[in-house]
Design a protein around this ligand. Structure first.
Ligand SMILES: [Zn+2]
Length: 137
């Protein structure tokens, strides 16, 4: 199964209409692990689907996010990043180049307590680790 047919299947499973821009965006995100910004997604997808206007890239990303097919990430740089990996995982952000990498869920020990000192009960969490990536370190 190639990335495009995989993307079509996912759209159908979620009851979303299969459109060229949705397929292109989802296939691009599924094949990239660098957590691109909307701008970067737009630039890459426009090479494949030249008709995909900038506004429609945002609409596509929002509909994919609402359907649970892509994740939105916010780090320090005030831009939104996207990923097709919606399973549980953590992130590593390089303080030098700003690169963002996935960290497998079981690379870190689980939270020992699911109830915080303030009484809040935790239902989900993900950790953002910071430091230097292998290229910068
Ligand atoms: Zn990720």
């Amino acid at each position: 199964m190639n990335a495009r047919s995989g993307a079509e299947e996912l759209l159908k499973e979620k009851g979303l209409r299969v459109t060229q821009p949705r397929v292109a965006v989802l296939a691009y995100l599924a094949g990239s692990d660098h957590h691109p910004t909307a701008e970067e997604v737009g630039a890459a997808v426009n090479r494949l689907v030249p008709t995909a206007a900038r506004a429609s890239i945002y609409n596509v990303l929002h509909s994919l996010k609402d359907a649970g097919l892509v994740g939105e990430l916010f780090f320090d740089d005030a831009v939104v990043r996207y990923e097709a990996n919606v399973g549980r995982h953590h992130h590593f952000v390089c303080s030098s180049c700003g690169g963002v990498a996935d960290v497998p869920w079981d690379a870190l020990p689980p939270l020992p307590k699911r109830r915080l000192p303030g009484g809040q009960s935790v239902v989900s969490y993900a950790v953002t680790l910071r430091g230097l990536c292998p290229r910068c370190g």
